[in-house]
Design a protein around this ligand. Sequence first.
Ligand SMILES: Cc1cc2nc3c(=O)[nH]c(=O)nc-3n(C[C@H](O)[C@H](O)[C@H](O)COP(=O)(O)OP(=O)(O)OC[C@H]3O[C@@H](n4cnc5c(N)ncnc54)[C@H](O)[C@@H]3O)c2cc1C
Length: 384
Amino acid sequence: MIRKHSDYPLQPPRERGTGRAFAFALVMHALLGFFLYHGIQWQNSTPEGAEAELWTEVPDTAIPHPVAPPPPAPVAPAPRLRDEQADIALQEKKRQQQQAAREAQLAEQQRQHLSRLSRDTVGAYALSEAGSGSDAFALTTRATARGDEFVLDGRKLWITNAAEAGIFVVFATVDPAAGYKGITAFLVDRDTPGFTVGHKEDKLGIRASSTCELLFEGCPVPRAQVLGEVGKGYKIAIETLNEGRIGIGAQMLGLAEGALGHALRYTQERKQFGKAIAEFQGVQFQLARAATDVEAARLLVYNAARLRDAQQPFLTEAAMCKLFASEVAERTASLAVNLYGGYGFVKDYPVEKLYRDAKIGQIYEGTSNMQLALIARQLFGSRL
Ligand SMILES: Cc1cc2nc3c(=O)[nH]c(=O)nc-3n(C[C@H](O)[C@H](O)[C@H](O)COP(=O)(O)OP(=O)(O)OC[C@H]3O[C@@H](n4cnc5c(N)ncnc54)[C@H](O)[C@@H]3O)c2cc1C
């Protein structure tokens, strides 16, 4: 039975009351701190002897008790303070202008490229290089600023859809000494001078999609084609991969379901020892275990997806779903090959392809070890 995402509704987001109460307490805490701090400042600024004068104003007959001092007379802000305020206002104005410019640039990029991508153009995501895979931010493709453009030099490897793509998101560093903070994302059109799509890989699986190297030799990219901010490309790279894991989990889930479906059909058709091989309990148990695996993978994938949809934390769940679904895909496709017997080993039947295609799930968008590392980091936090 194939279930849909909507069969697994997410509980409505948690009652916000607790969050609001917490925020209110925080604000009150901050305000209290502010007033206490300024109260102390004010007391410290009370001139010496002022307290004594207050006491003398109280009639002798009265029970002596401290009287609250009058509020301090308003003092004109010192010129230095005015300068600081003006500075802050200026900086804020500049920040707002930069933000507005970024938003305008993004809107223009969306206008130019999203419509193409939704119509007739394939996109590609180019992060990996020969020397930087799991350690993706060790990339060396260089972006050198030159007037109103950046010039790209370097080489990318393993880029999906590169043979067909019209637009590429390319990650390069504007400053290798800055580490990941130099990484910047660029939108590069296929026909940009100095940009070539190179060798196409001859792969074990997913052969229906191209995987190529990209070469950049003095490739000029206008500043207007920086995606996001200069030096903030690492965020775009990470956010894409974080969500992408749910997509790979779903891809592997579909593959596993397909393999299970083929195996269920074939084992009911194929006869040995005078009956369908599905009638042997040994075969039934193998398929029952595979169906359980597939269901568990489905729940992990849907759970990560609905957390993402509900804008709740989803990183660990996404890593778990990719890790598990890719293992289930490989196990289920392998079982399907076994149950097809010799027919499973030849290209006339679909399961050998599924077996080869399953392998990529444990490699791209972060290997299984990298998913385990992410999950373990979440388990141990900063304790290790
Ligand atoms: C078909 C295909 C399509 C791809 N498509 C794209 C694409 O479109 N865009 C893109 O940018 N990239 C793409 N890639 C690249 C892919 O993301 C990388 O291959 C992957 O991240 C692994 O990097 P690597 O090959 O350099 O392996 P390495 O990082 O060298 O890893 C080798 C082995 O070492 C293990 N390892 C490494 N570091 C650690 C560690 N710290 N702890 C434990 N184990 C570790 C890994 O788990 C792995 O088993 C694609 C790759 C393939 C094969």
